[in-house]
Design a protein around this ligand. Structure first.
Ligand SMILES: NC(=O)N[C@@H](CC(=O)O)C(=O)O
Ligand SMILES: [Zn+2]
Ligand SMILES: [Zn+2]
Length: 346
């Protein structure tokens, strides 16, 4: 087994960059290793229109340190008032690469999300017509549904009916966390993709809850039983075109994580490639890392693969424990074991 691995430069197909001082601090953490990212629109207020996405993209590019290259792939936050023609124009300009569906109340800053799916039908039909993917946070929000069942129930009661009603709609199941998610993704045709986060390959719900609650392991969808983590590892390392990396790196300051009602989100932008190389090596699948991080995503999004490379080497990396931001400190995801793969600086 060789001690270095060179892959096509990776992309992150699900990323939270936030805005303002937080954006400035976290953007280099992604741009250091990743060429592009699908940028989530759940700002306050959300990025709903093409004009808002264009302005957000300008703020991202203005925050990029000199000498770094990075391409933000913009998304629009789907609301019941979204205008199909605005979506089509934003797509036609090449700026917007996906529309994001949050069920109302499902996660951080999702209050403007969808409650009545009939109201967004014209937008979904337009997207199917123009081939623009819908990225879905797949959890139901009904209070009577157990939080550990919310993804599986969403698949049966919302996602499958939605795909049957609009069969040409291209859909990405974002941050799948269950074996039901893996099975459903596999059951689809080429209109269906699924992102998997780094942390859901590492955590099960015991890591979150046994021996004291770990606020930095709390994210949505919440980590599930071990059997689900194993199903995700098998899917991610399979090389199957359906599955690609979406880190869902979601920075919140430490005070916002470590409190009586802590925010959901794991910040993995900094060390994701090291974490993934170790996971893939453990699964005997280092040869599939490139498919997961650098090939399957562009293929689904109908974009070219990156032309430059990233080299990983078998030596303990040295990442900061926290990122200092203008809003406060953000803890970098700590898997609880030493990392064994580093990234060779470009
Ligand atoms: N994943 C999370 O736990 N949090 C994300 C929102 C999301 O992706 O659902 C965030 O924006 O903080
Ligand atoms: Zn989400
Ligand atoms: Zn997310």
């Amino acid at each position: 087994m060789s001690d270095t691995l060179t892959i096509i430069r990776p992309d992150d197909w699900h990323l939270h960059l936030r805005d303002g001082a937080m954006l400035t601090a976290v953007l280099p953490e992604t741009a250091r290793h990743f060429a592009r990212a699908i940028v989530m629109p759940n700002l306050v207020p959300p990025v709903v229109t093409g004009a808002q996405a264009a302005a957000y993209k300008e703020r991202i590019m203005a925050a990029l340190p000199e000498g770094m290259t990075f391409e933000p792939l913009m998304t629009l936050y789907l609301t019941e008032d979204t205008d199909p023609d605005d979506v089509a124009a934003a797509h036609a300009s090449g700026m917007v690469k996906a529309v994001k569906l949050y069920p109302a109340g499902a996660t951080t800053n999702s209050a403007s999300g969808v409650t009545n799916f009939d109201k967004v039908r014209p937008v979904l039909e337009k997207m199917a017509e123009i081939g623009l993917p819908l990225c879905v946070h797949g959890e139901v929000t009904a209070p009577e549904i157990d939080i550990f069942d919310r993804e599986a129930v969403f698949i049966d009661t919302v996602l499958d009916p939605l795909r049957r009603a609009t069969p040409d709609l291209r859909v990405v199941m974002e941050h799948i966390t269950t074996k039901q998610g893996v099975e459903y993704a596999r059951s689809g045709d080429e209109t269906l993709g699924a992102t998997i986060t780094t942390h859901h390959l590492i955590l099960n719900r015991n890591h979150l809850l046994v021996g004291g609650i770990k606020p930095h392991y709390y994210c949505l969808p919440v980590a599930k039983r071990e059997e689900h983590r194993l199903a995700l590892r098998a899917a991610a390392t399979s090389g199957e075109a359906r599955f690609f990396l979406g880190t869902d790196s979601a920075p919140h300051t430490d005070p916002n994580k470590e409190q009586a009602c802590g925010c959901a989100g794991c910040f993995t932008a900094t060390n994701t490639m090291s974490l993934l190389a170790q996971v893939f090596e453990e699964e005997g699948a280092l040869a599939q890392l490139e498919a997961f991080t650098s090939k399957n995503g562009p293929a689904f999004y109908r974009l070219p693969e990156n032309t430059d490379t990233l080299t990983l080497t078998k030596s303990a990396p040295n990442y900061p424990k926290k990122i200092i931001t203008g809003e406060g400190e953000v803890t970098v995801f700590d898997p609880g074991y030493p990392l064994t793969w580093g990234v060779v600086p470009a």
